[in-house]
Design a protein around this ligand. Structure first.
Ligand code: TRH
Length: 359
């Protein structure tokens, strides 16, 4: 009998909540053979990520996943064998009661946010008994090391072909509001090589538009000095992987694009989800400590300077030349790093094994 699973996702902001849950749901369905039910409170981001999904429907099936709108009036539902609560989204009270009423309680997983911080290994897999009901929730942390749940990665995924360096530097840009962006664009416009920048729709495009001081609608191409700008439409999630693989350098953010950039093998720069008091810098540093560990010291220094400046600490224009010089070395590093982080196994497989042991 296939394992049945209810995955709950609340869209807090942006696309990452839906993006991560969608990848996980389809992988558990297609690769592990689970019978998946995805409860999501806002279907709009999902419909953008996966064309074919209709944001107006309260129930539909796509890619082997039953998608249900999670509305405040939650219907009486028999829980699946496994219940995944994504990012502590808080399950409906009635559903938790139904879980407790089952003869055998479902395996209850809280899927956490990705972080490279050391404490993750200590917390991964920890049980947390419910205060009043006969239920246990397990914390499942994605991560980069063997003591964590690993990273989302399709088992069918193949490494993209290597890119031979051309006469221009092809960059993809996806970011949050970023105070370093105008100075970086100015530095690129004054470069000695052509920088061809594909700008993601949304915040990245709007900030480029502000820097240009003129409209920069989706589909537009504009040139400023050495900088060629192209405003990409929002592309489906699977196509976004190709955008990353086609570039020489990718700027990514949040969680899912951050992981995909690593599977794309190209040099990349991550903007962490901004937090008050620059708390996100600890996350950036924790990741850099792992990612840059095996790089020569001067390269490591260039990478750290640039990444920190991109995350609000330091001067991006000063950091750019060193980082640009480090790109050939980082291109070689991409495959080694991807091999290192794939050794932990894919998150969907690790999660399936974790649950099977507890079913
Ligand atoms: O959208 P995000 O900022 O999501 C964030 C993070 O998950 C963050 O940790 C969380 O706290 C916050 O949401 C609530 O960035 P992320 O995670 O990279 O998700 C973006 C998704 O959008 C990813 O699946 C790739 C996809 N995407 C496309 O499919 N097409 C596109 O054109 C672009 C630019 C992105």
């Amino acid at each position: 009998m296939a394992i049945s699973c209810d995955l709950f996702c609340r869209v807090v902001d942006n696309l990452g909540d839906a993006g991560v849950c969608w990848r996980l749901a389809t992988q558990l369905a297609c690769e592990e053979g689970w019978s998946m039910r995805l409860w999501i409170d806002d279907l709009a981001p999902l419909a953008a990520l996966r064309p074919g999904i209709d944001a107006t429907l309260s129930m539909q099936t796509m890619d082997g996943v039953e998608i249900k709108r999670w509305s405040p009036s939650f219907p009486d539902t028999v829980p699946g064998d496994v219940v995944i609560e994504a990012f502590a989204c808080e399950l409906p009270t009635g559903f938790v009661a139904a879980m407790a009423a089952e003869a055998k309680a479902p395996v209850w997983i809280n899927l956490e946010y990705l972080s490279a911080e050391a404490w993750v290994e200590q917390c991964h897999g920890r049980p947390s008994p419910h205060a009043t009901l006969p239920l246990t929730k397990y914390f499942f942390f994605p991560g980069f090391t063997a003591g964590t749940g690993g990273l989302i990665r399709e088992s069918s995924m193949t490494a993209p072909a290597t890119r031979s360096p051309g006469r221009e530097l092809l960059v993809s840009l996806f970011c949050y509001e970023n105070t370093s962006l105008p100075d970086l664009l100015t530095a690129w416009a004054e470069e000695s090589i052509v920088i061809s920048c594909r700008v993601a729709d949304g915040l990245a495009r709007l900030q480029v538009e502000r820097w240009l001081g003129r409209p920069f609608p989706v589909g537009a191409r504009l040139q400023r000095g050495s900088l060629e700008l192209r405003a990409l439409p929002f592309v489906p999630q699977t196509d976004y992987d190709c955008v990353l693989a086609d570039a020489d350098l990718n700027f990514v953010r949040g969680e899912d694009s951050f992981v995909r950039a690593q599977w794309a093998l190209r040099p990349f720069v991550w903007q962490a989800y901004p937090q008050a008091g620059q708390a996100h810098l600890a996350k950036v540093d924790a990741f850099l400590a792992r990612y840059a560990q095996r790089l020569p010291e001067d390269t490591r220094h260039d990478v750290e300077n640039f990444w920190r400046a991109w995350n609000g600490k330091g001067d991006i224009a000063t950091a750019w030349p060193g980082f640009r010089g480090a790109l050939p070395r980082l291109t070689l590093h991409g495959s080694l790093w991807a091999a290192e982080i794939s050794a932990t196994g894919g998150l969907a497989r690790n999660l399936a094994l974790f649950c099977r042991e507890r079913l």
